[in-house]
Write a protein that binds this ligand. Sequence first.
Ligand code: SF4
Length: 409
Amino acid sequence: MDLLNTLVDKGLRRELPTREEALAVLATSDDDLLDVVAAAGKVRRHWFGRRVKLNYLVNLKSGLCPEDCSYCSQRLGSKADILKYTWLKPDEASQAAAAGLAGGAKRVCLVASGRGPTDRDVDRVSETIKAIKEQNEAVEVCACLGLLSDGQAERLREAGADAYNHNLNTSESTYGDITTTHTYADRVDTVNKAHAAGLSACSGLIAGMGESDEDLVDVVFSLRDLDPDSVPVNFLIPFEGTPLAKEWNLTPQRCLRILAMVRFVCPDVEVRIAGGREVHLRTMQPLALHLANSIFLGDYLTSEGQAGKADLEMVADAGFEVEGAGEVTLPEHRVEAAGGCGSRGSAGGGSVCGSHEGCGSHEGADACGTAAATCGTAGTASAPAAQEARTDLVAVRRRGAGTDLAPNA
Ligand code: SF4
């Protein structure tokens, strides 16, 4: 397919595809899906080989958020039956992090619910970062604490944070439909603050919220403009008790196309499959490793993932290898641009929450259009088609941080 040859060439040259080309990827047919995966897989292997970076989430503070992000089980007024607790102590967080690191993770993502941290919260998290780094000097630490005020990114950096996560989540034009208590511009501002402080920026999206293909391409192009080192791709977990509980509109095939599109637009960036991997990709998860070079090990913030052991088996069975602590995640040119470290921080790179479920959250439209000439496939993708609600695959997290039970890692 001409489209895919063009996209592979561009991906290897780090050249931005056109919007029409990105839309055309989302509009490809199921008959072409393996070709799409193979093409984006070439780009992934060129920049990241067969390495899979494992990241581990520690939810420092769960639920009771005053913000109203519709996708989030921790939001204002959420009826989701999630764990609710206030700040973990540094030694509790360090213990949870140690479980993930022992399981093979090289990055720990410290996430807290809320609009943004107070200066006292930054102190707490700084103590936690120090406690984690005392136990394991090589670990990459990413903080995900919501909107940052002036000076807070610098203080986190001084405390040893390598990265900061804050997701854009969706397109600027639809952001107001998802959240009313802060703006898209607030989010962009926080990503820029992290960058400016020398933190590795991590910023991603959530797919499956009823957005169009145009929205998805918009947010991914906006992310490319922000130039994060890592891009977490969350697939909405439609939690019962949240406004988006009925938004079951993703298929494994759609998730693969989205990941392929992100890879083509952000070829040399750490693309991470975040929340919703097990729920939406299901048995197709191993194919997604040909597109993304990073996943979360074990559980998410408020929901359970598959067993950490199953994550490791999947990586090995699919012919990939877990990235070691001594290996540098990003391609050389990005590391040099960042001043020589693993993924921009002194030892590493970004994280997840941005939309507070996978990470980075605080944590379909028309396709071929002009691209029809090159695409040769699919037609339109207007409103996302309703899919079977797989509530049976959504398990609220009841173990690990904030409980007396051992974490999943
Ligand atoms: S995504 Fe973050 S800011 Fe938004 S409701 Fe959830 S915890 Fe609060």
